[in-house]
Structure formats: C-alpha cells, structure tokens
Design a binder for this molecule. Sequence first.
Ligand code: PLP
Length: 409
Amino acid sequence: MALANENYFNIQEIYYSNEIEKRVNAYKLLHPAADIIRLTTADVTHPLPKEAIKAIKKAADEMGVAGTFRGYSPAKGYDFLIEKIVKDYRTIGITIDKECVFINSGAKPDLGNIGHILGIDNITAVAEPVCPMYENSIIISGRGGYVTKDNKWSNIVYIPCDSTDDFAPNIPQERVDVVYLCNPNNPTGTVITKSKLKEWVDYAIRHQSIIVYDCAYQGFLSSPDVPKSIYEIKGAKRVAVEIHSYSKCAGFTGLRCGYSVFPAELQVYAKTGEKIALLDLWTKRNANYTNGVPYIIQRAAEALYSKKGQREVDETVSQILSNAALIKETLTSRGLKVWGGVDSPYVWLKVPGRQSSWKFFTHLLYESQVVGIPGNVFGTSGEGYMRLTGFATPDDTQAAVDRLQKVKL
Ligand code: PLP
C-alpha cells in the first residue's frame, strides 16, 4: 500500500485564489456585462524583450543542426550565462565564484527545494505578511513540526511586520536556524534597508543560522539605502543563499529561468557538529533532481545582459513601476495609507475604517469592479490590508485608477 505524504494535507496553497475567483464569479453571475479589472496579478503582461526573442530563434536554429545541437544542459547551467551573472555582480562590487552560481527554472522551485538539503528539525522563521509558498514548502518537506493551539506550526517562527516599522522584519527574540527574507517584499512592496539587513546577517552569524534571501524582485530596486544583493553586507557569504529570477523584470514567467548563489563559505552542521558546505549538498541535490534548464531559455536569459537587452528590461521595469506609482498616488490622494510601489510592483494599502480585508475586497468589487487581494491571505498580520499590483497593462491600470478616484471609500 503506497502511503501519501500527508504533509500535503496541511497546506492551503490555492485557497485564496479559489476564494477570490468564487467571489468574482458570483458577482459576474449577477452582473454579466461588468468589466472587471484585476489588480491582483503577480504575472507579467508586458511582452518579452525583443533581444530575448532573437536569442530564442537563433538557439532554436542551432538545435536543428548537427554541429550546434545541444542535449542536456550542465545541471548547474551553461558557463555563457553564469559568466554574465558573475560579471553583473562585479558591477555592484561583489565577487562571486562561478562555481557557486546555479541556473534555476525560476525562483520558486529553488525556494521550495532548498528544504531537501536542510535538516527537518530546523526552526525556520518567516516574516508575516508573507507569500504562502515559504510556509507551505516548510510544511510539505516535514519541517513544520506540529500544529499549535493557535493554528500555527511549532517549528515556524512567524515574525509579524507592521506599519510601525514600514513592514520591515525585526530580529526575533529567540534563535532560529533558517530565515526566509524577501527584498523587496511580496505582498507589502516594502524593502529591507542595508542597516536592517546587516542586523540580520550579524544575527545569522551569531546563531550559525542561514538566510534564504529571495531576490525575485531585485530588478525593481533603486533606493540607495537598499542593497541590490545581500552580499553587499559584510559577512553575508557565510550565512546567505541568494535566489534570483528573470520572471518579473524581464517577463520570463512563462520561460522559467533565474539563478541561485550558494557561496562556498556557507556552512551547515551535521548532528555530530561537523561542518558541511551547503554548496556541496546543493550540487548533489542538483545532480539527482535536475537535468538543467533548456539551452534555448538560457540563451534568452543571456541576451538580457546585452546593451539592448538591458535597455528593454529597464523599459519593462519602468512601465510596471509607473503603473504601481499611479495606483499609489491615486490611493494616497484618496486619503488612504499606502506602502510599496516605489522599489516594487506591489502596492499595499490599509483598508479604510475598521473593515476586514474581505469586506473591503467585496466593496471594491461591487462599487468599482476592481479586484485586489485581501491582505489576510498573506497571514494574520495582513488583516485590514489589501495588495494591488502594477503588473496589469497601462490601459487597465489607468482604467482602474479612474474608478479608484471615484469609488466611495
Ligand atoms: N518570490 C516571490 C516573492 C514571488 O512573489 C514569486 C512569484 O510571484 C517568486 C519568488 C517566484 O517567481 P518565479 O518562480 O517565477 O521566478
């Protein structure tokens, strides 16, 4: 009798998108002609950079010719892309050994799969409000412990982030072994400054902990006090894995490519106290679980580092950011308290009055046909907030803000 991994019974991964769809569909049944605008999406709507398309076509042609055909990619990725990544780090003054860079098929798989190489008894911290995927992957991989009386997980430390600190995650009182940090953060769109990140790096060094640093939105950062990489902080190579993605800044959500950095200095411990380089474990994991990202996709990613490619990425990012800024300005002018929307595509708003997140979701849907994500789906600290995004098309964004200008609040 084959037994199931019962950890899967305990996650609520798709609850909120299902619930949002259910409520939107109920509205549509009553108002079939309604023009609904979704500012919920975390997917991109801007087409791929032309340089990436050119590279895809060229690589596809190569695959049709015996002399240039490629089979399996190296499990960690091709040197042509890794070298571009290493060079890119150099532009911000960081030296990364190319052996430490692993091409991934987007950030999400690595953010979850890192659980394969971490002990199940680790205490893991997640900042809240947070993307459900960190918590869910901890639970699925059996690292959650047991469910406590208040419906939390015993081996997860939830770090409540609130408006008093602009949603920056504060160092917990207790020791944690692993912490997920996301900078800029989804859903709040807020950032972790260099000085706050230094506190985290120092904490991790002190406690022999590791930081899983989710950089999926790094391309949106421009504020000078926010690091582009955790490795800008002294000592971070001893404690942090950095996970990147081309999804949001270059429209690669459907192509699937990014990269992860496992510095050679980063060590974890066997129960005997023996130290092991996390890089070695990840290399073994990769050898057994992946045969690499397709050649054609890696060539598309490489093209993003050309002058033209970079210009196109910058255009994509600035379009998304100007959508986010427009949403933020509109809501602010309506007297709402708003975060994010500067170094991030996400805009996080305090719902007016003492309404719950779902109540305001329904109000906005019925009064303006604009859909946002209720903040409480990102954890209890998100109650009373809502997330909107700059990923819709400029036309849809403009139409949505026109309605937000007028909607009764
Ligand atoms: N990290 C964060 C914070 C995200 O919001 C997302 C996707 O929305 C991801 C990672 C995953 O991105 P991808 O797997 O497309 O690289």
